[in-house]
Design a protein around this ligand. Structure first.
Ligand code: 5GP
Length: 206
């Protein structure tokens, strides 16, 4: 049987408050064979967040020890806290499952350098005003933290040009459809399918 051998690696970046988590949850509920990598962070959990589900919440010391032990594929400081993608999560790819890394533009740049086949997708809010409204509606952040996140979002916008895809999150159903379509299209890329076929269509397999 012809099947893909390795899973595809996706990076999804969006300014926080861009609706990325809701969108990704919808995508994985509709599309089998894809999962989201859970990062480690030194940021304290928000009220609705759970350890091991949204993030693995660790102390600064624990995080630095993991860095020294080479446990992360990439890590970065964002809004004064450390965030990192554990190397162990890449095992999903070897099992043929697609993996989404929900990381910032610094992390995306590192993944682009190390994993040439990685697909970079940026989720854009319709405007910074809408982003500000969404951040306030989410609650839990002070006005100062919200302003810092908006400032960071402005900086991130300069990075969007080197992403492979941009999804504008005007309306959740439409954005879910676009993101799902990108993943499905990438699965059908000739290079990926041919890598999976390998010997099955080789000279000796008639
Ligand atoms: P938040 O604190 O709102 O959950 O996330 C803040 C930012 O950190 C978001 O842009 C998010 O994508 C990014 N982020 C989350 N996990 C990681 C990670 O493992 N690596 C990097 N580089 N960024 C991350």
């Amino acid at each position: 049987m012809v099947s893909r051998k390795k899973g595809a690696l996706f990076v999804v970046s969006a300014p926080s408050g861009g609706g990325k988590s809701t969108l990704l949850r919808k995508v994985i509920s509709q599309l089998p064979g894809v999962s989201i990598s859970i990062s480690y962070t030194t940021r304290p959990p928000r009220s609705e967040e759970r350890d091991g589900v949204d993030y693995f919440f660790v102390s600064h010391r624990e995080f630095i020890d993991m860095v020294s032990d080479g446990k992360f594929i990439e890590w970065a400081e964002v809004h004064g806290y450390l965030y990192g993608t554990p190397r162990a999560n890449l095992e999903k790819l070897m099992q043929g499952e697609d993996l989404i890394l929900e990381i910032d533009t610094q992390g995306a740049r590192k993944i682009r350098q190390e994993f040439r086949n990685g697909v970079l997708i940026f989720i854009l809010s319709p405007s910074l005003e809408v982003l500000g409204e969404r951040l306030r509606a989410r609650g839990g952040d002070t006005e100062e933290a919200i302003q810092a996140r908006l400032q960071y979002a402005r900086k991130e916008l300069d990075q969007v040009a080197w992403y492979d895809y941009i999804v504008i999150n005007r309306e959740i159903e439409e954005a879910t459809k676009e993101l799902t379509s990108i993943i499905i299209a990438e699965r059908c890329k000739a290079a990926r399918v041919l890598e999976g076929i390998g010997g099955k269509y080789g000279k000796n397999n008639g």
